[in-house]
Design a protein around this ligand. Structure first.
Ligand code: UT7
Length: 332
């Protein structure tokens, strides 16, 4: 098989129309705009309608990414959706996305590694393009965490939002994938989990549903500590493998979980905050969608120059983490 390079040929994002503001949450819970803003940096998030499943917002992002690459859906030869909120447990949401885009026969599958989904997906998809197996892969991070949240639990209800971001990865002569670090440690899954959602029983009962036991559970402080440590370690390792110094990174595009986590990691890495993309105030934490949404917005603002080194870094349920150093390349 031929070894080739890989680049991002197109990016796009799509979020549901409905907005849930901190003022809305103040009316629903014992919380305040001041607490949410100072503790997380969040101001509002988008919430999908009940007839707007994950595949729908994924298709919205995919169409924009394809348009930005000057491509049609039929030009893609593989579809990957990173999500913890699939339309169904099966079939894979990626299969439904393919059908909605009007392309039959194209391989399609989902990846589930929570908020690290885009980082893992980028590594998998880029590696698949590099081997020559696929020429163009549509990679989408799409999530509707609003469906998993208990809106009576102020510790989690304020954090999450819905949205989708997509990239088209394309074979090219030069290579954008400079360095990768991925990791996972499943020894304390209860730090961040959706209980009663799979085969680890007991079976979900009506009483569980009434008590909202099948909603996101999180040890916020523990995840916060883990997040800062792993964002720093993963960044250092990925940059080291890429042979790139932190000072040479043009843009850091981190998972948007908490502004304080992002700022703490950037400070310890001595990366100036003006090079760190933060849009958490408008979207909250959209899990696997947060990095591609931030990438898409930054691209649309015309901020990337050819040759810029981008650093994608994130963490999430698993617990899991990862960083990818990536060279922005327009030439194919
Ligand atoms: O994609 C990965 C997903 N998860 C994360 O990245 C989460 C990482 N963790 C965090 O972002 C933070 O831990 C949180 C934002 C979740 C919480 O912030 P914190 O500064 O760690 O607060 P805390 O949990 O230590 O709670 C401090 C206080 C508590 O009150 P007491 O015990 O000191 O009286 C909480 O009950 O703040 C209270 N509190 C709230 N108050 C108002 C917790 N949530 C709220 C709220 N509004 N929404």
């Amino acid at each position: 098989m031929n070894q080739t390079g890989v680049r991002i040929a197109g990016v796009g994002h799509h979020v549901p129309a409905k907005v849930l503001t901190n003022a809305d949450l103040e009316r629903m819970l014992d919380t305040s705009d001041e607490w949410i803003t100072t503790r997380t940096g969040m101001k509002e998030r988008h919430i999908a309608a009940l007839d707007e499943p994950t595949s729908e917002i994924a298709v919205g992002a995919a169409r924009k990414a394809l348009a930005s690459a000057g491509l049609e859906p039929k030009d893609v030869d593989c579809i990957i959706v990173a999500t913890v909120t699939p339309d169904y447990a099966f079939p894979a949401t990626a299969c439904i996305v393919g059908a909605k885009l009007g392309i039959q026969g194209v391989p399609a599958f989902d990846m589930e590694i929570a908020c690290s989904g885009f980082i893992y997906g980028l590594t998998v998809a880029a590696s698949m393009v590099r081997t020559g197996v696929f020429k163009r892969i549509l990679l989408i991070g799409a999530e509707e965490l609003s469906r998993l949240v208990n809106y009576e639990d102020r510790g989690t209800a304020i954090l999450f939002g819905d949205g989708a971001g997509a990239v088209v990865l394309e074979a090219c002569a030069t290579d954008s994938l400079l360095g990768v670090e991925l990791g996972a440690d499943g020894s304390n899954p209860e730090d961040l989990m959706l209980p009663l959602s799979g085969t680890a029983g007991p079976a979900l009962t009506g009483a569980d549903i009434a008590a909202k036991r099948n909603t996101i559970k999180m040890d916020g402080r523990e995840v916060f500590r883990f997040a800062v440590t792993k964002m720093i370690e993963a960044t250092e390792t990925a940059l080291d493998r890429a042979g790139v110094k932190p000072t040479e990174v043009a843009w850091v595009i981190p998972h948007q979980a908490n502004k304080r986590i992002i700022e703490a990691a950037a400070t310890r890495l001595a990366i100036p905050t003006e090079r760190v993309i933060v849009n958490i105030h408008r979207y909250g934490n959209t899990s696997a969608a947060s990095i591609p949404i931030a990438l898409s917005e930054t691209y649309a603002e015309g901020k990337f120059k050819d040759g810029d080194v981008l650093l994608f870094v994130g963490f999430g349920g698993g617990l899991s983490w990862g960083a990818v150093a990536w060279r922005w390349t327009t030439a194919n």
